[in-house]
Design a protein around this ligand. Structure first.
Ligand code: GLN
Length: 535
């Protein structure tokens, strides 16, 4: 039977609950336990797939094609496991399933209510993930902040769940902010006291309190929080801002957080956890010499979280190459043939990431053109591949004005077109080509050399593809299709020969990069940037 850990948040959002939860998971896995994680989001969207990157950061995609919250990316990177659609659900999804049942008549005329119907549906998900994954420990992060109206059913469900399970099977961890007030020269515990009071008012007593702060949490502060919040001072854990998120597991380990949690759950803490791979990554990170400047030319640059997995993947690859990666988020709307030399001229590499909609597409084309002509290493991801193909079509293959039918259905040369199985789809949610698909690599290509495998799997999230009508013409002009779907119907990767490093993929390889297992495409791309830097 699985043990369960709930992680709640107090005082403010964006506390890094996900990193705390994932760091604890890393330690428990390193102790030999089978750990899984899930994110529970209280909002009413059915999934995050249709939410704006400006509001919600990137949409992370799982192997089985679920469009999830970006915290799943942290989970995967910290526990080095591929998660599934079981690992994220929203209040919207819970309501959708209940309303579908109600319309079908499943409730036989009964009144459908938050308690017990919504809470039962939430608990069902808690039992189901334990059942399906056969994990020893399930960590569930409840999104939002304690006290929010919309998170109440989740806290209540977790409370009931604890009552249903044998004593000692469920642990609550409450993450709060302990702010430093400069004028008083001290950190303040009152917000934590209030947020724990709020949690206790709905029947949940936290077992541990994790204090997020940019200042040290002294013993007397721990004692004060312990006294007011009814825990012991040892159960008040400090989580101080760290220069690297990957240091957080070690900071928690230094306070024996994993051992304390295991003991509360009645599980043995055998020997010492295997933290060697993480420690190696951190020491490599500290020992980087030199740096590279990499431009990410996108349209959602005001919110860096929109490119979170790409930035992490570049960082992992930098560490693997022994260089710091200075990432420059460049607004594609500002890039043109005229401005490219100034904006991109000093870069060691250019990456064009995924995106939707016409705005800023021309800037991406200009960035591709500059990187191609100036022989700057170029990496195109999803819409980045489509931009690379349009640019090549226009400026090399002579197809003037070539574009994607996503942006102009009247254009003369629609070299990127809607996939046939997407043509008649009207609903936006969860209907793209999603999740892991196989890709066959052509033997004599850079892609094959990098992956070292003939068939690879990457995760997808798109509706458009390189048009097979124009593919022969593009290939004749020199575009190398280095990867395609096994049936040959879909162009999955392209590259150029007469260039130091020009590779684009229709998939999102960034989702599979982990600190301890950097992604080969990113590692090779950063190596090319490093080579350019060193001249
Ligand atoms: N908008 C493009 C498509 O739907 C690219 C999507 C993406 O970059 N994720 O095909």
């Amino acid at each position: 039977m699985a043990k369960h850990i709930f992680v709640t948040g107090g005082v403010v959002s964006s506390l890094g609950k996900g990193i705390t939860a994932a760091s604890l998971a890393h330690l428990l896995k390193a102790r030999g336990y089978k750990v899984t994680m899930q994110k529970i989001d209280p909002y009413l969207n059915v999934d995050p797939g249709t939410m704006s990157p400006y509001q919600h950061g990137e949409v992370f995609v799982t192997d089985d094609g679920y469009e999830s919250d970006l915290d799943l990316g942290h989970y995967e990177r910290f526990i080095d496991e591929s998660l599934t659609r079981e690992s994220n659900f929203t209040q919207g999804a819970i309501y959708q399933s209940l309303i579908t049942k109600e319309r079908r008549g499943d409730f036989l005329g009964g009144t459908v209510q938050v308690i017990p119907h919504v809470t039962n549906a939430i608990k069902e998900r808690l039992y189901r993930i334990a059942d399906q994954t056969q994990a020893d420990i399930v960590i569930s992060e409840i999104g939002g902040t304690v006290g929010d109206i919309e998170s109440q059913p989740f806290i209540e469900a977790a409370r009931q769940f604890k009552k249903e399970k044998p004593a000692g099977d469920v642990v609550f961890i409450h993450c709060t902010l302990v702010p430093y007030i400069a004028a008083a020269h001290e950190v303040k515990t009152k917000p934590t006291q209030h947020s724990v009071k709020e949690l206790r008012s709905v029947g949940v007593q936290p077992d541990f309190i994790v204090c997020r702060s940019d200042h040290e949490i002294s013993q007397s502060v721990r004692e004060k929080i312990a006294l007011f919040c009814d825990v012991t001072p040892e159960d008040v854990i400090a989580c101080i801002d760290a220069p690297s998120i990957y240091q957080v597991p070690l900071a928690l380990y230094d306070q024996s957080f994993d051992g304390k949690v295991l003991s509360r759950l009645g599980l043995p803490a055998y020997g010492l956890p295997d933290l060697a791979p993480l420690r190696k990554f951190l020491s490599d990170q500290d020992n980087c010499h030199g740096e590279v400047d990499i431009a990410i030319v996108g349209k959602y640059v005001q919110l860096p979280d929109a490119y979170l997995s790409i930035m992490e993947a570049l960082h992992h690859a930098g560490v693997a190459n022994g260089v710091a990666t200075n990432l420059h988020l460049i607004d594609a709307e500002k890039v043109s043939d005229a401005s490219a030399p100034e904006l991109l001229g000093s870069m060691d590499a250019v990456l064009v990431p995924g995106g939707f909609g016409a705005r800023a597409f021309e800037g991406k084309i200009a960035a591709v053109r500059f990187a191609r002509e100036q022989k700057i290493p170029f990496f195109g991801i999803c819409l980045g591949l489509q931009a690379a193909v349009c640019e090549f079509a226009r400026n090399v293959a002579g197809l003037e004005g070539a574009t994607s039918s996503e942006f102009d259905e009247q254009a003369a040369y629609q070299v990127v077109d809607i996939m046939p199985d997407q043509r008649n789809i009207d609903e936006k949610g969860g209907t793209m080509r999603l999740g892991a698909y196989p890709c066959k690599l052509r033997k004599d290509t850079r892609a094959f050399e990098i992956y070292g495998d003939e068939v690879i799997y990457e995760r997808h999230r798109h509706r458009f593809e390189v048009s097979n009508v124009y593919r022969p013409r593009l290939e004749e002009a020199g575009l190398v299709v280095s990867g395609e779907s096994p049936d040959g119907r879909l162009t999955e990767m392209v590259e150029l020969e007469d260039h130091p490093w020009f590779v684009a993929t229709q998939a999102h390889p960034e989702f599979k990069s982990r600190p301890t297992r950097p992604h080969p495409l990113f590692t090779s791309f950063v190596a090319a940037a490093k080579a350019k830097r060193q001249g």
